[in-house]
Design a protein around this ligand. Sequence first.
Ligand SMILES: Cc1cc2nc3c(=O)[nH]c(=O)nc-3n(C[C@H](O)[C@H](O)[C@H](O)COP(=O)(O)OP(=O)(O)OC[C@H]3O[C@@H](n4cnc5c(N)ncnc54)[C@H](O)[C@@H]3O)c2cc1C
Length: 454
Amino acid sequence: MTTHAVDVAIVGAGTSGCYAAATIADAGYDVVIAERKDEEEAGHIACGDALKGASDFPSAIPKSQIEPAFTNTDVDHGRFEIPQLDTAVDIPVPGELAVIDRWEYGRRLIDGATDAGAEIHYNTVVKDVVQNGKVEGLEAVRKGDPVEYEADLVIDAAGALSILQDKVDFSDSTFDTNVTYSQFCSAYREIVTVDEPVDWSDALVFKPTERAAGYLWYFPRTETEINVGLGFQMTEEPMQLVEDLKEDLRERPEFEGATVDDKLGAALPTRRPYDSAVAPGYVAIGDAAGHVNPTTGGGIAGAAYAGQYAGEATIEALEHDDVSEQRLWEYNERVMDHFGARYAALDVYNIFTTATDVDDLMGLLAALPVKKLSEALYEGSTSVGPWLKLKTAAKSFGHWETIYDLYRTKSIADELLAHYEQYPSNPDQFDRWRSQRDDLMERVYDVTGADPKY
Ligand SMILES: Cc1cc2nc3c(=O)[nH]c(=O)nc-3n(C[C@H](O)[C@H](O)[C@H](O)COP(=O)(O)OP(=O)(O)OC[C@H]3O[C@@H](n4cnc5c(N)ncnc54)[C@H](O)[C@@H]3O)c2cc1C
């Protein structure tokens, strides 16, 4: 058995783990990332490769270091195909947007973490935690040999459905354990090379799957290299992801004779962020804490910021020799304040779409003002007044009932956003806050007719 004694042990060298490691190493602490993949494969992550908002990413890994992986910076809007109406709606995407070579980006993040002073232990599969009233380390296996990490604090950056959360005893903590697979999306993507440049290389193309709870995407890494994929919410009957993708590709003339260079699939959380992602000696970040925009599936930005906030909370905890929930709590607050509240409000629209007929939704999408849709998708809120303008109402004839349900859903989503903006500054007030939030969610299920998601 090999034993490593470190200040901080992080599980997973993805986006969140690398930003957390760089932040903590910058402050001079000993930090190790245990990564199950080998050095070559690390950073190879199933992803649509769309990156939003990188200009403001945490500075622990300089943007100049990751920028060479941005292969297409000409994308500036989403194109929503509506097959039912044989049309497409172009919706501007606010903020900086790029499609990236995800593997190259992943490697560059790992370089960023090591440049800051973090160590990466490859081929190291974490199996369990060491705990004694608080988490004190990890048990892992490296190439068949047992390895143990003794650490003041463990950061779980192991991605969606992290196995660590089956191991930690959360019974005396606020950590969110209301997590089930149906709150996740199952997704699959291929990297495809076509002969001729596509004429939509400035757009992220989306198309609904036949069931409302999923979509196909076509994201141009370059004019001839396209990330194509699809996903569905796991409340639904499983889709044949590979077959369904093939079928859609066959119908698109621009993909005739295309070659597939890479295939990967994974689960991603399309749910609200964890109510609390801390326990004594333990912090979860990124996908391991549900930090994904549940309407778009974009999780890279949330992972990067969560990594920074957890890193800074960890430094505070180490400086005070105190890894209690109380000391780590500010991390929860910063996540909710920056993006968590918005993602929780967006989750309400996700619940609405899973309970609404896809034809109705598509008719509505075609009828609504584009700017309002953009706000609703990315900001979690938009003013509803203009939706009721006569022009919209006339165009959307036949979908008025859905519009009314959406209007009622939206007003609860706004109340929810306001409630998340009051996220408690202390774990003592957490139970009360959560019970009020749960009351708001009951109203969401009432209005949408959806089965309770949580
Ligand atoms: C198909 C698909 C498409 C997506 N498209 C987009 C997109 O276009 N844009 C976007 O912003 N987001 C997208 N996402 C989401 C995005 O990829 C994630 O939100 C993001 O990668 C989360 O980063 P992370 O660091 O939390 O986890 P991950 O990137 O998943 O990293 C987790 C790391 O932990 C390691 N690990 C796991 N378990 C163990 C263990 N037991 N021991 C040791 N190591 C372990 C893994 O090998 C991995 O390296 C997509 C996700 C999927 C599945």
